[in-house]
Design a protein around this ligand. Structure first.
Ligand code: PLP
Length: 320
């Protein structure tokens, strides 16, 4: 009994690690046999698992059998070649082998000294990625700016919204919170509205401007300018503009250059959300969709979408 309760040693890691790799490899070999969309009913798992945690350890094989019988039926197979819902979120063998290493080293990288390689590798790789995307030099870590990995694009927009809020409130005074206004098109991902709620932006001051087929569902600079002018005349404070390169529903691309100029002339923070289509922009033939990004204060793309990287890995750059 005493033996069974010991943590696994390195040799057991080797044995069970190999078994787990075999399990995953078999999963990939047979992935097309599964219905892409999980067929279970809500609450299915509660009936299959005990009410409280087991008191005794279980064998590794039994755990794998349970996963096969009880967990896989409740999985929607995002990695299936037959998966066409939402958006592509493709991992790769290279991606999850890297995840194994990351899990194995279990680095806690909240400051440089807690693991210098973590901070330095993050900065170097995000500089590489910034160069592949041809982001302006201000986004590179050599100066005041740089990239940082966030969990998701939703976190990224929240982080920059809070930074922008802090910046504007230092200028206009803390009491002005309820006058702050955020702008984006109505095609913007719902993460912006959630971020506004968390950041305490008055719900009526989150302007999601209608984009129509006349602009291919891109935000109209003229409409934006008019709305900002109206807001200024009633004493509101425009402070944050979010443009999208590749909207979730139709991959619409907002005109970054003109929007950025409007943001700058009104002293607003300009964030570019390229969560979905950003990966494609490393291809020279698609890079032009990001033209005007030089006007942005921050830029975000999801490596966990088209970049063969495990969920979740969202790259955020802020200008120095
Ligand atoms: N922005 C766009 C354009 C998206 O397509 C998505 C997700 O589909 C998001 C933001 C939110 O991404 P995440 O799930 O990483 O928060």
């Amino acid at each position: 009994m005493e033996n069974r309760l010991k943590p696994m040693d390195a040799e057991q890691l080797r044995e069970y690690g190999h078994k787990m790799v075999d399990f995953i490899a078999d999963y990939y070999k047979t992935i097309e046999n599964f219905p892409v969309l999980s067929q279970v009913e809500p609450g299915y798992l509660r009936n299959l698992l005990p009410d409280s945690a087991p008191n005794q350890p279980d064998s590794f094989q039994h755990v794998l059998d349970d996963i096969q019988a009880k967990i896989l039926p409740g999985v929607t197979h995002w990695q299936s070649p037959n998966y066409f819902a939402y958006y592509p979120s493709n991992s790769s063998v290279a991606g999850f082998v890297g995840e194994m290493l990351s899990a194995g080293l279990n680095i806690v990288g909240f400051s440089w000294i807690t693991s210098p390689a973590a901070t330095e590798l993050e900065m170097i790789v995000l500089d590489w990625l910034a160069k592949m995307l041809k982001l302006p030099e201000d986004f590179l870590s050599a100066g005041q700016g740089g990239g940082v990995i966030q969990g998701t694009a939703s976190e990224a927009v929240l982080v920059v919204l809070l930074a922008a809020r802090d910046k504007v409130l230092r200028r206009v005074g803390k009491d002005a919170l309820e006058k702050l206004v955020v702008y984006a098109s109505d095609q913007m991902h719902s993460s912006l509205q959630k971020a506004c709620q968390i950041a305490g932006i008055h719900p009526e001051n989150c302007r999601l401007l209608k984009a129509t087929s006349s602009t291919n569902y891109a935000l109209s600079p003229e409409f934006l300018s008019e709305t900002i002018s109206q807001d200024l005349t009633i004493g509101l404070i425009p402070f944050f503009l979010c443009a999208t390169v590749g909207t979730t529903s139709s991959t619409a691309v907002d005109p970054l250059l003109s929007l950025g100029k409007i943001a700058k002339s009104n002293g607003m923070w300009f964030h570019v959300d390229a969560a979905y289509a950003g990966s494609a922009c490393v291809c020279p033939e698609f890079r032009h969709y990001m033209d005007g990004v030089e006007e942005a204060d921050s830029f975000n793309m999801n490596a966990h979408k088209w970049f063969l990287t495990n969920f979740d890995c969202s790259a955020l750059w802020v200008k120095g």
